[in-house]
Ligand binder design. Structure first.
Ligand code: CA
Length: 225
């Protein structure tokens, strides 16, 4: 899953980015409002984490601008303590949630997950496809009750496919949602990871769940009965 983080406090921004990346998210950071608005308008993202107090363009203006352009990406606002009017204004402007500074990193991640579930078909923390279980809270993956070890990249690709289970997802969509802007999009790295995933998830099982749809992409789906 891909996150745009707009936060001018560099130290905080770095620690959030690092923490999210360790959790398998890809993160693009903007350090001021102008850059943040550009990213929010132009980069695909699953969630935007938006600080309100920013140099050049403040968070509420960014939010208002992207909503007026029809961009529906879920937005989590970061607000100062006691700034009740900001919170209300934020929600009225189209924010999906807010978090008051200072916050625990675990709470930030839980709120991001909850926003991702809200927009996905899947509403529970554990996504099930046949006997495959993906726990989006712990990042634990099991098939037929047996734990499967995945790297952070493998997990994030699997989770993205799982959030959109039974739907064909193109290689471009996967690349856009899994990798940040610094990633080389021309490489065939997605195919490589899909092959790893297929081995880890489907090998030895009669029912295959991860399929390539020629010319279209990939699909994680329930076996046909
Ligand atoms: Ca700030």
């Amino acid at each position: 899953m891909r996150v745009i983080l707009v936060e001018d406090e560099r130290e905080l921004a770095h620690s959030i980015k690092k923490g999210l990346e360790e959790g398998g998210y890809s993160v693009d950071v903007a350090y001021d409002g102008e850059e943040g608005l550009y990213m929010a308008e132009n980069f695909p993202a699953d969630v935007i984490v938006l600080d309100i107090m920013l140099p050049h363009t403040d968070g509420l203006t960014i939010l208002k601008t992207i909503r007026s352009k029809g961009i529906k990406t879920p937005v989590l606002l970061l607000t100062a303590r006691d700034a009740l009017s900001e919170k209300i204004k934020g929600l009225d402007t189209g924010a999906d949630d807010y978090l008051t500074k200072p916050f625990e990193f675990a709470e930030l991640v839980a709120r991001i997950r909850s926003l991702l579930r809200r927009t996905a078909e899947v509403k529970e923390a554990i996504i099930r496809i046949d006997d495959l279980e993906i726990n989006t809270a712990s990042h634990g993956v099991r098939r037929a009750g047996r734990p499967i070890r995945l790297s952070a990249r493998e997990y994030s690709i699997l989770e993205y496919l799982a959030y959109r289970k039974n739907t064909v997802v193109s290689r471009t969509e996967i690349t856009e949602h899994i990798y940040d802007e610094s990633f080389d999009r021309d490489s065939n790295i997605v195919d490589v990871y899909i092959n790893y995933l297929r081995k880890k998830i489907d090998r030895g099982f009669k029912n295959k769940l991860l399929h390539t749809v020629r010319g279209a992409g990939y699909i994680l789906k329930e076996p046909e009965r």
